[in-house]
Ligand binder design. Sequence first.
Ligand SMILES: O=c1ccn([C@@H]2O[C@H](COP(=O)(O)O)[C@@H](O)[C@H]2O)c(=O)[nH]1
Length: 628
Amino acid sequence: MTDEGGAAKTDGKETEIDIPISVPADGAATGAEGAGAAAAPAEGAATESAADGAPAAPAETPADGAADPAAPAAPAEAPASGGDVSADASADPSAPAAPAGSAETPVDPAEPGAPAAPADGPAETPAAEDKVDDTGTGEAKPETDKVGDGGKTDDPKPPGEEEPKDSLLCVGLDPHKSELEEDSAEGAFRFCQRIIEETKDHAAAFKPNAAFFEVYGAAGWEALQRTLQLIPAEIPIVLDAKRGDIGSTSEAYASSAFQTLRCDSVTASPYLGGDGLQPFLKDASRGVWVLCKTSNPGSQDVQALELPNGEPLYLHVAKLCCGTWAKEHQNAGLVVGATDVEAMQKIRSALPDVWFLSPGIGAQGGDLPKALSAGLRSDGLGILLPISRGISRAESPKQMAETFRVEINSHRVDAPLELGRVETEVKHGGSTDSKDATACHAFEASSTLLDFGKSAGPGPAAKRPSSKLCAAWRCCGGGKGNWLRNSARELGVIGDFQSGLEAIPDPSLRSALEDWAQKMNLHVQELRTFMDGAAEPPVPPLPGTLEEETRAQVTEEELQSVRDIGRQLASHRTGRTTDAEEWTDPEESAKEVEELRRVRRQIRYIFGGMLQSLPEAGTLRVEPWLKE
Ligand SMILES: O=c1ccn([C@@H]2O[C@H](COP(=O)(O)O)[C@@H](O)[C@H]2O)c(=O)[nH]1
């Protein structure tokens, strides 16, 4: 699932894909959405019976489902109204669709190309005509009819104009028997109907777990199919079925998940190897979430085994999967439980762009802030957080979904800085200078912004370099209203350019950074005036005009100056000077010196011969010329 995974279309709307199966919609989250932070889950709890991590979600008893502490039964009558949830098509690159993300090819956070897994955008679904009739009626159901009301929305917006969902929350649909009003397939269906209806405005994706339907036999399977049809067409579906078998059997599993059930992505086990996953991976418009480091305590038993090279098995799986098996379409994401922050960090360091599906928040006790800090990509995306009981068992699933979404988003603001700190820690071999890291992060963000700004512009999301950051810069030159708002919102992520600069000891570097920060803050201010409606964004210059050329030149110059600052900053970080020679890799320079010596020998040989043959040769002194 890479952000570049291409445009994904669902229901006629284009979105950029980042991940394999449609992911969360738009990027940037600002804490401003509502504060209400949900209480952070108990730290470190990784057992199911541990503290309940969800804001106010009841802790789970060991035996799932059985002794459920008075879980409020879900009223079953909620009508399935259509989805008016819109996937972010504009700013985001990353709507979850399929997991994306390649191992070795870091996708540009800001953009481009999130790992094929949860793609930054809904994965394409097959055309309606191609769909297999799964209704038993003999009629193929058009994709838009996935929504309970026939796919209609109250206020349909033209493609590209939808409001961003701005969520990384994946609502789990796990109809535990103990939570049903009626222990039957119909009871399971009604439970899901209510959850979908109440949470769809906050869900970046839905994740039904097949087990809870299969338990009711044929009627349960039918309930699953009916449930899937209630999910608004623009919200991607992660089928949690943990498939994977020998290739020929996986073909049937893949066909069941993608054609029969029309899900956008599916969870699968890596332990049968690449051939067992290929049937799921071969369709670029679908995604696979490969079980990498699961959220249960027993994941330590096998997944964490240490390989001879010192690497845990899960890390090897992650690299193999995203770097080799899913290389072609980058449509694999990784299931990395939010209960193991260390594993999240390790995998994130190795695979900066891959999407994670990270269950474990809520009933399993995962620590949300820590998980986000460890797993978010530097663009504030890259994780889908599936939460089932933490939402379904709340008195109001609707409110709980909102609380989770807001809570998650509030951490997305800080996480990149925190990531920067972690990176710096690594680079410094353990010593931490978080202020310095803050500056580094800010620099990186701005440099990305400039890079993307150069090619950004209004137009179909899939054609833009995706990213929120790009919009931020260039939107001064004329994004559409929606895009502009998104951009400005996204600036919340990188808005405080000043922070930490006073900690830079080198006065010239500090002053360069301050100049740059001032400039970036002016852009932020300008964007805010557009956002407030106090000013209209300027009409973008026509391509090829003098104004356009001047703008391009200014951008190029600024880009250069930001790069210079970057070099200084890196120099400050590493303790090396910016002197070009000292930056040279010693091995490389040894090779270069050797090559120069070889060339010099040749010159000496050729010219020496020529000179010797000249009549004046006897009076010429060649050696000094040929000395170093
Ligand atoms: O590592 C994994 C993989 C999958 N799951 C599934 O996610 C949900 C979690 O439910 P909660 O109620 O939010 O704990 C459930 O369907 C699991 O089977 C997981 O938990 N961990």
